[in-house]
Design a protein around this ligand. Sequence first.
Ligand code: C5P
Length: 234
Amino acid sequence: MEPHQRILVALDTTDVDHASALATALKGQVGGIKLGKEFFTANGPQGVRQVAAGDQPLFLDLKFHDIPNTVIGAIRSALKVGPFMLNVHASGGRAMMEAAVAAVAEAGENRPILLGVTVLTSLGDEDLAGMGIQGSAQDQVLRLAKLAQSCGMDGVVCSAKEITAIREVCGADFKLVVPGIRPAWASADDQKRIVTPAAAVGMGADYLVIGRPITGADDPAEAAARIGTELANA
Ligand code: C5P
């Protein structure tokens, strides 16, 4: 994989035209685009098709979490927009994840990468205790990453601080997709624990989810190219 192909740019907007313009401007500078619940709930599959029409690989970040039968149906619908990456909550459990693995297989050679979301980074140890989950958030992340792998999932979304521990437990082939990335020259915004793109890849990240450092730049294509160069030179 070319270094810049590790970059997945988060298009966190409800504006189809803005998202399309960014996707077009960034083509060739990033590995793909990420559209999530905010965009999808506003614009549906039609809006997604419009933005991804330039043949950009699409990470459809809808974090499904429901009974297995419903997740299968949701994934079948999601496959119609041709994503290269999809995700479900690992806390949906084994039956749900195995159902998700079977559902993505229906895409045959166009099967997307299927990721688990372990513990939302907005949750701390106390939040987990409030939900009856004993131990640290990090323990729960590792438990869910292992469970996801044993269900046939391809990888997980994780923070940079979790990369090393998950790699150790899940091995080299398990895909790690990492948000909370900030180049040294970018603002941290509301992200608290940030690492640079090169540091995250150095730790073992496969893909980097990067939003505002690119989408909020005066020249998004230039910002993406700069990150690509940093990755290439790391
Ligand atoms: O603009 P920024 O680079 O902070 O965007 C990061 C993207 O990654 C957003 O779409 C955000 O929702 C997502 N994300 C995150 N932290 C997580 C999981 C997802 O920032 N733990």
